[in-house]
Ligand binder design. Structure first.
Ligand code: NAD
Ligand code: AKB
Length: 317
């Protein structure tokens, strides 16, 4: 019987992943934690505890008391916010991971999921069809922490046999919970502005191609990777995940098919330099070959669902 701990359950990914894990493993077998309160759907369907992942003693207590077998460690400071507080973000991103890995080793946890990001790549990486193995010289504190994290999870697998698994998520797009301070957040914000006001001022320029992925596909990929037979995994750093590649101009065109008068203007800020340093689209053939990564959502299908669901959400509230 698996007993799962989610760290960072109140964020963009955690708020959906926790509920999906509860569907699969049972409400009582998925313990949700975050440094801030959980959304009602999570607090109302199973156990939730406030946890600062830097608090090693409390983390250990929960892992032991709940007899946890698997951890999904999602707590992190994302790219945009990390640039505003570089050292504090490095501390949270790295120390939290080491805490989880060390306890994973000591308590012999069965499996640990920790997400990496396309931010591990940098301006010297080939921008198109970015290979799984390539030049990696990230120039953001977030990207540096993700690249270091990838090295650490691989190290714990090789040296101590801790079963670590990871995906290099692209920008994730969802309608349930707001994005948490990243560079790809425009692709979520744009829908709320389009529906509420018919206008959006984008903080990236029109041609900023980036890899993105709809949350349903991201959750499925995460669980598929965690359930894959260990013998199928040829790498223990982090798998490239491509999703869909588009830029602000292209998503605006797609939104206009549903909201004809939608207007987009551009006022790039500090996040433009971050976006320019990341791949435009990446090669995820290794994940496809190893454990069958696949997607359901392209840009038109994702746009349709986002608009329908956000409209419903705004009408209810
Ligand atoms: P988010 O910011 O929405 O959520 C992170 C959660 O972690 C928040 O609820 C926050 O309260 C919590 N947290 C922060 N500090 C904490 C601490 N000290 N102790 C406990 N909880 C703490 O982020 P997200 O988008 O859900 O991302 C989750 C993970 O996925 C992160 O590692 C992120 O780097 C990675 N990722 C996300 C994306 C994306 O587009 N969302 C893309 C690539 C990688
Ligand atoms: C961010 O923009 O920081 C995240 C990511 C791609 O890691 N969405």
């Amino acid at each position: 019987m698996e007993k799962i701990l989610v760290i960072g359950c109140s964020g963009q990914i955690g708020s959906e992943l926790t509920l999906e894990l509860r569907k699969l493993y049972g409400n009582a077998n998925v313990i949700a934690t975050d440094i801030r309160p959980a959304p009602d759907e999570i607090a109302g369907t199973g156990k939730f505890e406030i946890l600062d992942v830097l608090d090693t003693s409390k983390l250990q207590l929960i892992l032991e008391h709940e007899k946890i077998t698997q951890v999904y460690h999602l707590a992190a400071i994302l790219s945009g916010n990390a640039e505003k507080r570089p050292l504090a973000s490095w501390d949270i991103n790295m120390r939290s991971l080491i805490n989880v890995l060390e306890l994973g080793r000591e308590l012999k946890l069965k499996r640990i999921f920790w997400p990496s990001s396309i931010a591990v790549f940098g301006p010297t990486t080939p921008r198109y069809n970015t290979p799984q193995y390539t030049i990696m010289e990230p120039n953001t504190v977030y990207g540096i922490s993700k690249l270091a994290g990838e090295r650490w999870i691989e190290y714990y697998f090789n040296k101590y046999g801790v079963d670590t698994r990871s995906l290099r998520y692209p920008g994730l797009i969802s309608y349930k919970t707001e994005a948490g301070g990243g560079t790809t957040d425009y692709a979520v914000e744009i829908f709320y502005h389009a529906i509420k006001t018919g206008k959006y001022e984008c903080f990236l320029g029109p041609k900023s191609d980036l890899p993105m992925m709809f949350m349903c596909d991201a959750i499925k990929a995460t669980i598929d990777l965690m359930e894959a037979d260990s013998s199928k995994l040829s790498l223990r750093s982090s798998y490239n995940v491509a999703g869909i590649c588009f830029n602000p101009e292209q998503i605006a065109d797609e939104i206009r098919k549903h909201i004809p008068g939608f207007e987009i203007t551009y006022k790039p800020d500090f996040r433009q330099a971050i976006a320019d340093s990341w791949p435009a689209c990446i090669d995820d053939s290794v994940a496809k070959k190893d454990w069958g990564l696949n997607y359901e959502f392209d840009l038109p299908k994702m746009t349709e669902v986002m608009i329908d669901e956000i409209r419903k959400k705004l009408t209810v509230s």
